[in-house]
Unconditional design. Structure first.
Length: 454
């Protein structure tokens, strides 16, 4: 990545996402860091004489962070399914069409798995496409050891323009890693643990699976799907508790795929038994998906333990019609983001890219309007949140999940100069206006990584 300019004053409407100072007229960027945020007069008073000024039209926000995006896999698909000149919208449409055609389609076509060079090429390919959507960072979940090596190699080569948190997947439950002891042995072979790394590449919590997929009727629910079928438990409660204890002992947090209400409760049981709340929170332990019938008691307990809710409105958008056919009116409050926020849980918003829509201009409106594909009326409109709350989950909430509180997700002194320029203000626009927003520019660490052609 190119070196940032020594210093620059950005002048315009700035939505900082910092509760202490949510609005500003200008900010001084020095190197890769925001030095001052305030009025034009305040910033000019601090800037060195002759510091250039960049007057922008639109609204400056912290860069978006997708808290659950299989970005490297998206890059592998991009190499094979779209041409080199495809833009972000064409890429997004191609990924949705691919997922609709075969939800279980492989990420790499061919008899041999992708080589390291393929992975680095995939990372180079996907980053500009994500920057064009306003992304400056991702949390990549379920990263296999070859994927982790791909991210690390791209970092070694200085090829990262996107800030990445990699959640290692020890492949628990596969023939090669059949049990908890084997999974812990895999983790013991990884250099570092949760939180290790730098501003470009950091290790996140370990990704494990507690239940199955909602659309396949595998989510583990308190109320049965039908008869005595409560869904699929991929690891027993006792073994999960043992895994959680072993991970915490080694300095690993856990990001647990838990779609259904019973899975959510059992994960919280295991985390609570593994460590005090302050340790669970410090390790950024996460409930991943948690969109089918989580109880109010589970939400309250997640808030008390400091467990992050990593939520993806795009999954509800794509699956709501099929889930309604299975569950009827029980699906009304699918992905209850309003309740998670009201319970005091940190919500980190993501998409599960590339398998579901992942452009923020597609995802934010779903969280607000609760309009789902192939469903006539909004599903549970009382669970809708505001545009600004959704943006907060894409910035501050996702930064918390990324071990970057105060460093990313906000624009304030000491934060990285990661920002996006939109032609709408999320505190003043409707969901429909946000869906039509233009991404005019994206900056990572003071460097322009995307600029719209006007």
């Amino acid at each position: 990545m190119s070196e940032p300019a020594p210093a620059l004053v950005v002048v315009g409407r700035i939505r900082t996402m910092d509760p202490d100072r949510p609005h500003a007229e200008a900010m001084l960027v020095v190197g890769d860091t925001v030095a001052v945020v305030g009025s034009v007069a305040e910033v000019r008073a601090v800037a060195a004489p002759g510091t250039p000024e960049d007057h922008v039209d639109g609204t400056v926000l912290p860069g978006f962070i997708d808290a659950h995006a299989h970005a490297q896999r998206a890059g592998l698909k991009a190499l094979q399914l779209v041409g080199p000149d495809a833009d972000a919208r064409a890429f997004s449409a191609a990924m949705l069409a691919d997922g609709d055609a075969d939800p279980d389609a492989p990420d790499w076509l061919g008899d041999e798995p992708p080589a390291l060079e393929d992975r680095v090429a995939a990372i180079r390919r996907v980053q500009p496409l994500l920057h064009a959507m306003g992304f400056t960072g991702v949390v990549d979940p379920a990263v296999s050891l070859p994927e982790l090596e791909g991210w690390r190699e791209a970092h070694r080569r200085g090829a990262l323009t996107l800030r990445v948190v990699a959640m290692p997947w020890p492949e628990l439950g596969t023939p090669a890693v059949p049990d908890v002891d084997a999974a812990l042995a895999v983790l013991d072979g990884i250099s570092g643990s949760t939180g290790a790394g730098d501003d470009w590449l950091r290790l996140g919590p370990v990704k494990v699976y507690h239940d199955g997929e909602g659309m396949k009727g595998e989510a583990l629910l308190e109320r049965p799907w039908s008869g005595d079928d409560h869904g699929v438990r991929r690891i027993s409660a006792g073994e999960f508790a043992r895994l959680a204890a072993g991970c915490v002992e080694r300095g690993w947090g856990l990001g647990v795929h838990a779609v259904g209400s019973r899975a959510v409760a059992e994960v919280l049981d295991g985390l609570e038994a593994a460590a005090p709340a302050e340790v669970v929170a410090a390790l950024r332990c996460q409930l991943v998906h948690a969109y089918l019938e989580p109880s109010a008691a589970s939400m309250e307990r997640a808030a008390r333990l400091g467990v992050v809710a990593s939520l993806q409105p795009s999954i509800a958008w794509k699956n709501a019609a099929g889930l309604r056919a299975r569950l009827g009116d029980r699906v009304t409050e699918v992905n209850p983001m309003r309740s998670w926020l009201d319970a005091g849980v940190v919500v980190a918003m993501g998409s599960d890219a590339p398998y579901f829509p992942f452009d923020p201009r597609e995802v934010v409106p779903v969280a607000v309007t609760r309009r789902m594909r192939d469903v006539e009326e909004p599903e549970g409109p009382a669970q809708g949140i505001s545009v600004l709350e959704a943006v907060d989950a894409y910035t501050r909430g996702a930064a918390h999940a990324s071990y970057a509180d105060g460093r990313r997700g906000v624009l304030r002194p000491g934060a990285l100069a990661d920002w996006v320029l939109l032609d709408v203000d999320p505190d003043r626009c409707s969901a429909e206006e946000f869906a039509r927003a233009l991404v005019l520019r994206t900056e990572v660490g003071g460097c322009t990584v995307f600029r719209a052609e006007m």
